[in-house]
Design a protein around this ligand. Sequence first.
Ligand SMILES: Cc1cc2nc3c(=O)[nH]c(=O)nc-3n(C[C@H](O)[C@H](O)[C@H](O)COP(=O)(O)OP(=O)(O)OC[C@H]3O[C@@H](n4cnc5c(N)ncnc54)[C@H](O)[C@@H]3O)c2cc1C
Length: 477
Amino acid sequence: MMHTRGNRRDYDRWAAAGNPGWDYASILPYFKKWENIDQIPELANDTVYHSTAGELTLQYPNWRTPLSDAFLQAGVETGGRLVDYNGEKQIGYSIVQFTMQNGTRMSSSRAFLHPIRTRKNFDIAKNAVVTKILIDPETSKAYGVEFVKDGKKFVVKARKEVILSAGAINSPQLLMLSGVGPKDHLTENNITTIADLPVGYNLQDHWALGGLTFLINTTNSIRSERVASIDNIIEYYTQRTGPLGAPSGTEALAFIDTKDPTNEDGYPDLELLFVGGSIVSQPFYKTAFSIDDRIYKKVYQPIETRDTWMVFPMILLPESRGRIMLRDNSPWSKPLIYANYFSDNGHDQKVILHGIRKVIELSKTKAFQRFGSKLHDIPLPNCAHHGFNTDNYWFCAMKTITNTIYHHCGTNKMGPSSDPSAVVDPRLRVHGVGALRVVDASVMPHVPAAHTNAPTLMIAEKAADMIKEDWGISVGK
Ligand SMILES: Cc1cc2nc3c(=O)[nH]c(=O)nc-3n(C[C@H](O)[C@H](O)[C@H](O)COP(=O)(O)OP(=O)(O)OC[C@H]3O[C@@H](n4cnc5c(N)ncnc54)[C@H](O)[C@@H]3O)c2cc1C
């Protein structure tokens, strides 16, 4: 996974919203605690921001296209700088740091669960679905969970507390199914309210324009028919190197502050995520990016055999807010996800437009012209009437190929009891419910200027200390 921490101001904002202990100086040790960056020695030297002692290893991709270097050089040619975006300052261009080890994924499970799986005080039920958090309606105290495994219902009781970590979509669903949520919404779903809280509101995500494609006249991009060669397969399985060790084609990125573009210590509201290929690089991408058949045939089929690169211009500090709601009161029904990406009077779209213009500028630099880079200019059929490459064309394109970056968060917002939009307190305990804590991306008050995996791991690591502290267990340093 891409590994980005965000900006110090993200966490200072969390703290300023009434959450002591969440400012950047306080949470930086938790980012470092689980990090092992010894495979990127030039960053490992910066011990203020990095560590080599943690469980989760980081790597640059073992293999990438030369187009990613062109992306970095183009950034420098246009006035940007190279940066360790997980260091002191975030603005600039960089190869992506990935959670990897020796060309394979270093998942949270591999880093944190595998080493402790034989502990006697650790039990994990695989393929089990939690259907309800059990909360005593008299005392409003959680005492266990109900779950279903192999078609059978089980109840497990908690001696101390229940910790909910089902993510920004399912944690609010489970809370609401269990009687914790907005009273009117619970009532309309025939659920008795135990705590009337704004669960499910404040949904935030990073979305991007998809399909912004550039053609090149060399064979340097990722193309599945070249990647999946016998030689590459053998190389990957024997040495864990080569194109098959490249994580998903995302190779480089830039963090940009559109409000203050020349400030090296800015607060980025835009990310440019560079991919050494595009929708046409491999047949599956059409499905993965949910590209409509009619659009694909008209816009992308004509370049299906070409070498290409692509950038996702992504909003980092969105003003739009969505909501998670229950479809009904069954735990087997998928919750309703209202992303509401375009509900913010155009701010987020203007930031993306800035990104599109910047990417086009990058494509014209010497660095990219070495590959003959050219903006793919077959217009989207439903936007063509605006005139290709006009602002209105791109606004229309954003609504036509809108990609989530899957950074959903904020739906059980952390905040003090005086904040009517808060669901959990700064120690992640659900307001008004005893013995129930939420530890996942749903507690983020604002989405950070980061891909959300590392910030979620930071939350988990800090929560582990808070839980120990609250139960009188000493916290190791
Ligand atoms: C396709 C994709 C790619 C991504 N890539 C990146 C990336 O490269 N870098 C990055 O930083 N972030 C990335 N993210 C975002 C990142 O994965 C999330 O921000 C992060 O995993 C959030 O952690 P979480 O603990 O809140 O939720 P999750 O990781 O979603 O964990 C919640 C867990 O709860 C389980 N669960 C839910 N409901 C129930 C239930 N009723 N009973 C039992 N179990 C339940 C789920 O199965 C899941 O295992 C990506 C997300 C997606 C979807």
